[in-house]
Design a binder for this molecule. Structure first.
Ligand code: SF4
Length: 368
């Protein structure tokens, strides 16, 4: 296959659906980890068409969604400072904090800028030596190499007015937390292809063995998802629990070693809070001590900023797959993309946004 449309071929999709239905002798519960996969599944109605063979539970793999409220509040605090140029990818700007979002801070005069690479933020710092430039370093292992590169480059160039507000999280501890939960129903996982492009899949092998769950590294197009589901169902039916790779056009077992080395030189593993879930031990990345000068939390002494998640938003239950978005009482009522209560309704990878956008508004419609 060379072209994107081929990964959306309806004839091949129907053949894979038939194959999954024929393979499954019972209804299996699978979780797709990544929010990008969730959007494909909900948009294409994959959960609906497979509802008798497979229940798809949507996982916590939306980086914008899992960034805790207090980290958003810290970003808002920095963005409002007159001496700061606050930079971020565009998807963070509409995420609600306790009182407002970054767009609102910008409309009140805050110097908030969208960048397409953290290296652009380093360049901005060089061009504005009289300002502090902060980059909002959010994301899973996928974005960590570029963010590590920005910090590395800033040190190399002696750019002292650059720092990063870090909220990096990692996938394997989240999978483990889901599997350890007493009410866990997930029997197999679709792992995120882009994360594994960086990290490979060796860290998933102990999880698959210990918890006896198949984990299939999967891409993001409809045929990727359907093939990944079929591979997971096949393993479950055969009593296997291995890590398999559906996303062969991008992922190798060891991943991208130079990227991993750069990440481990700049970042270290830390405990990290996840929105609505709480702290998961060793589930995040924080700057190593030698890069502390680039840590915005230390530079601006942000520790005192704390926030409680709004009780009305059930993002934690959505992110752990305990409920479907439409089961949140606020869904489509007090919480819409125009007036969101939580990040999952804003993010382009958020499950609530997917259900709202594609009109999956009931259990029957969603194959739940
Ligand atoms: S629908 Fe809105 S309030 Fe409910 S969980 Fe999703 S983001 Fe939170």
């Amino acid at each position: 296959m060379k072209y994107l449309a081929e990964y959306r071929d309806p004839t091949l999709a129907r053949a894979l659906v038939d194959r999954i239905r024929r393979t499954a002798t019972r209804r299996w519960t699978l979780m797709e980890v990544c929010g990008g996969q969730t959007h494909t599944i909900v948009k294409q109605g994959i959960n609906e068409v497979l509802s008798e063979a497979v229940e798809m539970i949507h996982g916590p793999g939306c980086p914008v969604c899992v960034t805790p409220l207090e980290q958003i509040d810290r970003a808002l605090h920095l963005a409002a400072r007159p001496d700061v140029i606050f930079t971020s990818f565009g998807d963070m700007l509409r995420v609600p904090g306790s009182e407002c979002d970054l767009f609102q801070v910008k409309s009140r005069g805050g110097n908030v800028r969208i960048v397409y690479s953290p290296l652009d933020a380093v360049e901005l710092a060089r061009q504005n030596p009289d300002r502090e430039v902060v980059f909002f370093a959010v994301g899973f292992e996928t974005t960590a190499p570029a963010n590590a590169m920005a910090v590395w480059r800033a040190r190399e160039l002696g750019v002292e007015n650059f720092s990063v507000l870090v909220s990096h999280v990692t996938v394997p501890p989240a999978i483990e937390a889901i599997l350890e939960a007493p009410d866990n129903r997930v029997r197999g996982f679709l792992a995120a292809g882009h994360v594994c492009t960086v990290m490979g899949w060796t860290e998933y092998e102990p999880l698959a063995q210990r918890y006896r769950v198949p984990i299939v590294v999967t891409g993001f197009e409809p045929l990727d998802i359907l093939e990944g589901i079929w591979m997971a169902v096949q393993q479950l039916e055969e009593g296997r629990h291995e890590v398999e790779n559906q996303y062969v056009r991008s992922v190798r077992r060891d991943g991208n070693r130079p990227a991993q080395e750069l990440v481990s030189r700049v970042f270290q593993v830390v405990d990290r809070g996840w929105r609505g879930i709480g702290v998961i031990p060793r589930s995040g990345l924080g700057l190593r001590e030698e890069f502390r000068a680039f840590d915005a939390e230390r530079k601006f002494e942000l520790d005192a900023i704390r926030a409680d998640e709004p009780a009305e938003c059930l993002a934690g239950d959505v992110l752990r797959g305990r409920i479907k978005p439409f089961q949140c009482p606020a869904f489509g009522e007090s919480c819409t993309p125009e007036s969101p209560l939580g990040a999952p309704m804003v993010s382009s990878e958020g499950a609530c946004a997917a259900y709202f956008r594609f009109g999956r508004l009931s259990r029957a419609a969603a194959g739940g």
